[in-house]
Design a protein around this ligand. Structure first.
Ligand SMILES: [Zn+2]
Length: 402
């Protein structure tokens, strides 16, 4: 048994709060139904766009990788650039005007003729972790495009009361530069200019990599990427519920965490605390440090605690929350004919682009269940019908609120 002395406890504290909507699907779904009769009206559920094409695109994008045999797309890597090009063609197919911005984010926008100035942003990320699953990030981009395509083919897109912009963010995972949210932070105006000089493993900086892709972004023009808060209605993000057994998403009781065992043997360790709000986090930290000190006192060892990182909880906008809840409710109702009652609202411990975007505007999140809650892994899996209902929910959200 190792003796414990000079106990140093760096705290890694990362807290995010997302009351999120879990698309709780009741099976069996009416998978074969392309339309249902409701109040005598035929309502088309567009399975060929919202399910079949969306799922095919998820698989197609899931093959766009820098690695052989597994999925890896990091910030502006060759595969990321190919993925961006593919996403652009899908955006254009849905009736959106596209461009790539100074940080490699891919945008697709519809500017209806009589729309007000405030734009609804819908986004997720096109980069992946190493050996990723094919849904994280991609699902949010693809379902948003599919929902807009439905509005386009039914002629409703040009009658929306607000412009809508889908953004495929260039970096959320932070794999290449060990700095997350490069894309969304630039749009939110919270990306420090010094980020441009961060090098990757090969010594290329963010700025070098942009330049390689013919994107001239400098410290002087970085702030041009920032959206003005007055021009934005809100930001919504669709993502998978779950993550690779990391602290953000899996409770301790459900993890097989070697760190827990190791913590009994080692003298320096990190504690990652994620709670629903900042007050709760402070309370836990206070209690934890009290207990640490009392254990160390009892064992007659010294104890040093250090807070390495703090991130404030981000609260989703209550209005967007209730609009997304209604949209999820009606999507499930339309598909299954069943009344699911109250749509669950969840907290997310994981990081999302919505955290960066919360500096710009109100944010809301829509979560889609994935098998076993596993994400950031090739095991990640979302049912075809859940992809479909996610698309229907975004469509319902846009039709009702825009
Ligand atoms: Zn992720």
């Amino acid at each position: 048994m190792a003796s414990i002395n000079n106990l140093s406890i760096p705290f890694f504290i990362f807290v995010s709060l997302f009351p999120i909507v879990n698309l709780l699907l009741l099976s069996p779904l009416l998978t074969a139904a392309s339309s249902i009769i409701s109040d005598g009206l035929k309502i088309d559920l567009f399975p060929e766009i919202l399910r079949d094409e969306a799922v095919a695109r998820l698989y197609q994008l899931g093959k766009v990788s820098d690695a052989d045999g597994y999925l890896e797309r990091t910030f502006l890597s060759p595969a990321s650039v190919r993925a961006g090009t593919l996403i652009r063609t899908w955006m254009e197919d849905a009736g959106l005007t596209t461009w790539v911005d100074g940080l490699g984010n891919v945008h697709g926008r519809i500017q209806p003729p009589n729309a007000s100035k405030k734009t609804l942003l819908i986004g997720s990320h096109l980069d992946t972790v190493v050996d990723a699953g094919m849904f994280d990030g991609a699902l949010g981009i693809i379902t948003a495009i599919s929902a807009i395509k439905v509005l386009n083919v039914t002629g409703r897109l040009k009658h929306l009361r607000h412009p809508v912009e889908v953004i495929a963010f260039s970096d959320e995972e932070g794999v290449r530069f060990q700095s997350t949210f490069l894309g969304s932070a630039a749009i939110a105006g919270v990306l420090p200019v010094a980020t441009l000089q961060i090098p990757d493993k090969s010594g290329l900086t963010v700025q070098n990599v942009l330049k390689e892709n013919l994107i001239e972004t400098t410290e002087e023009n970085l702030n041009l990427l920032k959206y003005e808060p007055e021009s934005v209605l809100g930001y919504i993000e669709v993502t998978v519920k779950g993550s690779q057994g990391h602290a953000g998403t899996v409770p301790m009781s459900m993890r097989q965490d070697p760190m827990v065992a190791a913590a009994e043997l080692i003298v320096t360790f990190t504690v990652d605390i994620r709670t629903i709000d900042d007050t709760g986090r402070e309370a836990i930290i206070y209690e934890l440090s009290n207990q640490m000190h009392s254990i160390c006192d009892r064992r007659s060892v010294s104890c040093l605690m250090e807070r390495k990182h703090d991130a404030d909880a981000v609260k989703c906008d209550s209005e967007l929350n209730s609009q997304l809840k209604s949209a999820a409710y009606s999507a499930v109702k339309r598909m299954t004919g069943e009344d699911i009652g109250d749509v669950p609202v969840l907290m997310s411990g994981a990081g999302h682009d919505a955290m960066a975007m919360s500096h710009l505007t109100n944010v809301g999140m829509l979560f889609v269940r994935c098998r076993g809650g596993i994400s950031h892994s090739p095991e990640e899996h979302v049912l075809d019908d859940d992809v479909w209902v996610a698309g229907l929910a975004i469509q319902a959200f846009l039709e009702t609120n825009l």
